[in-house]
Design a protein around this ligand. Structure first.
Ligand code: GN1
Ligand code: MG
Length: 346
């Protein structure tokens, strides 16, 4: 435990006995710790202010989502922040950083990757149940915690800026990837023009954001609510295709291992549609399979832009990490293109 977390924990837990504080999870953005204390187990998190310019907006959204879900027949546990001793949902430390705390649900586990169709079905069903329960909350009630987060044309315009101003040595290293990305850029305009309705979406539907019951392996809760905001169904469905159905890790360097796993794709589609099937319009259903290509291409563009700018956004483990991630996402995009041609509905 360092002095940074000691002071903050005191603001949340008062005089409770703290037994252990250890880093937790694999997020690329926030810093997360698991806290074991005399008052129970918690997740303590420092919000990344580079990614989230308005921590207040993030916490207002999370509070509203929690209140809404508490008043509905929602089949999962509701991940609501724990109030600090002064009653507020976040605390600032001496450096001005924002911290918040959530309960830690004992007897749960997270999956590092999807191994089976059952896991894909159950994870997707949970994200579907979450979106369905939020259906009654008008999208405009929530803030855009990262403006333009999944706005393809806006991100593409920014990418053009980055290829003008990026680090020269890195621009050279990434010539082929930049070219591949630009070859497919029209997808961003096509999806923006599709006229899909706005809904409240999670926007980070990786399997690690579903808590599973350690015994039954049924989904218990949806976590990581920082990007819950208005968007289209393609964001959540597409990110499940990108993350659940990839045969390899997001940053797999051996591109032959990267591929869309069709059985996992089918299982996640079934799980999601079991909850959301009655709610989605025919237009949304028609576009669903394109979500995977869209999100993979957008994620490739985000990783590549970050590489070219000098790794300012994503945490990296080695200097070429963002470039390797971008290449891997482009390989996934190609695999999806090859395997999905002809598929209209999942
Ligand atoms: C980031 O930090 P994490 O893993 O929850 C990112 C997502 C990306 C993901 C890529 C706020 O999420 O959009 O899909 O990395 N979150 C933000 O793994 O940018
Ligand atoms: Mg996240």
């Amino acid at each position: 435990m360092n002095s940074e977390t000691t002071a903050i924990l005191c603001q949340f837990l008062g005089a409770a006995q703290i037994s252990e504080v250890r880093p937790f999870g694999t997020g690329h953005i926030n810093d997360t710790y698991k806290v074991t204390s005399g008052s129970g187990n918690f997740l303590l998190q420092k919000l990344n202010r580079w990614a989230f310019a308005s921590p207040e907006a993030v916490m207002q959204n999370i509070r509203q989502v929690g209140e809404h879900l508490a008043n509905r027949p929602y089949p999962l546990k509701n991940m609501r922040p724990v109030a600090a001793c002064d009653g507020s949902l976040w605390q600032q430390d001496a450096a001005g950083e924002y911290w918040r705390m959530f309960p830690f649900f004992d007897g749960t586990l997270t999956l590092g990757r999807v191994e089976t169709e059952d896991q894909a079905f159950e994870g997707a069903r949970a994200f579907g149940a979450f979106a369905k329960a939020l259906g009654g909350l008008p999208p405009e009630t929530l803030h855009a915690t990262i403006p333009g987060f999944h706005d393809g044309p806006q991100r593409l315009a920014y990418f053009y800026e980055v290829i003008k101003m990026g680090i020269p040595g890195r621009l050279k290293m990434a010539t082929m990837e930049i070219e591949t990305l630009l070859k497919h850029q029209s997808l961003f305009g096509q999806i923006a023009a599709a006229g899909l309705p706005q809904r409240i979406m999670h926007h980070d539907t990786k399997i690690g954001n579903v808590l599973f019951d350690a015994k039954t392996l049924k989904a218990v809760a949806i976590v990581d609510l920082d990007t819950v905001m208005p968007g289209t169904v393609l964001s959540d469905f597409g990110d499940m295709m990108r993350t659940f159905a990839n045969a390899a890790a997001e940053d797999e360097a051996c591109l032959e291992k990267v591929a869309l796993r069709m059985p996992i794709f089918r299982a996640l589609s079934e799980g999601y549609l079991l909850e959301m099937g009655d709610t989605l319009t025919p237009l949304e259903k028609k576009w669903l399979p394109e979500g995977g290509r869209w999100l993979s291409l957008m994620q490739a563009m985000r990783f590549l832009a970050d590489y070219l700018e000098g790794d300012v956004y994503y945490k990296t483990n080695y200097p070429e990490h963002n470039l390797v991630r971008a290449r891997s996402q482009l390989a996934l995009f190609e695999s999806m293109t090859a395997q999905l041609s002809g598929i209209k509905n999942p």
